[in-house]
Design a protein around this ligand. Structure first.
Ligand code: SAM
Length: 244
């Protein structure tokens, strides 16, 4: 038997217990350690039994220290740790996932997909993922290239599903829907003609909201940090369009 400290990084939510796969539930219940942010831990709180699992709530500030402490000091061979992420762990989470792969080693990590906020936004706007440019601005690093990709996609009449960048401690780094609207106008696009959706708190039955309008109307609008934007330039095409 392969006795090693194992890690599962799993996607849950994005905002509801209803969007957790049975497989993720199974993995959570079998684990000895769970490390996560407050919001994500609240999504799986009903699956945690603190007499079985040791739970660590982390922040951006102390995450490194906690990941190392659990891995180096608490876990025994054959123990299993779970780190839950919001939505799909394969979208806009790599800054943390890559660090966890460093600590545990690729062979000891299982990445378990969840359902992303961008998938839910795709479903609600009826803009298919495969016909859209998908962009996350929710990164710590530089976003200038991503901004150029956004302008190009809008100019090329593609749809875009994007996650904005909230930066509460330094608002000059925000790239929220109002910033995006002004940025596109500054880059010569006629924002009064571009259709847009903004979804907040997706899958949260009590808090979910939807705004639909033209891009220029977003200039003075404020949205929650938990929002996804869809620039809708979708042209529907069915198999009938391709019949010879
Ligand atoms: C670091 S990214 C993580 C994305 C996540 N892995 C996913 O697949 O949805 C965080 C951003 O995702 C978006 N997000 C996550 N959950 C959301 C929800 N329930 N409703 C709307 N947006 C959400 C927000 O834009 C949030 O700032």
């Amino acid at each position: 038997m392969d006795l090693t400290k194992k890690l599962s990084v799993i996607g849950v939510g994005p905002g509801s217990k209803k969007y957790i796969t049975d497989y993720s539930k199974e993995v959570i219940k079998k684990s000895q350690f769970i490390i996560g942010y407050k919001y994500t831990l609240s999504t799986i709180s009903h699956l945690i039994d603190e007499s079985v699992q040791q739970v660590f709530e982390i922040t951006m500030k102390n995450q490194e220290q906690v990941y190392l402490h659990v891995f180096e000091n608490l876990m025994k061979d054959d123990d299993q740790c779970v780190v839950p992420f919001t939505g799909d762990v394969n979208f806009s989470e790599s800054e943390v996932v890559d660090r966890l792969l460093d600590i545990y080693g690729d062979d000891n990590v299982e990445i378990i997909s969840g359902i992303s906020s961008i998938q839910i936004a795709s479903a609600k706007s009826k803009v298919p993922l495969d016909k859209a440019t998908i962009i996350t601005f929710h990164i710590t690093g530089d976003i200038e290239e991503k901004k150029l990709e956004l302008v190009k996609s809008v100019t090329d009449k593609k749809s875009i599903i994007l996650v904005p960048r909230p930066w509460p401690s330094n608002p000059s780094k925000n790239f929220m829907p109002s910033d995006i609207s002004l940025f596109l106008k500054k880059n010569g696009l006629d924002t009064s003609k571009i259709n847009v959706w903004v979804f907040e708190n997706l899958t949260d039955d009590e808090k979910e909201t939807l705004y639909k309008g033209k891009m220029d109307s977003l200039e003075s609008k404020r949205f929650s940090d938990l929002s996804v934007m869809v620039i809708d330039q979708n042209m529907r095409q069915t198999y009938l369009d391709f019949k010879s």
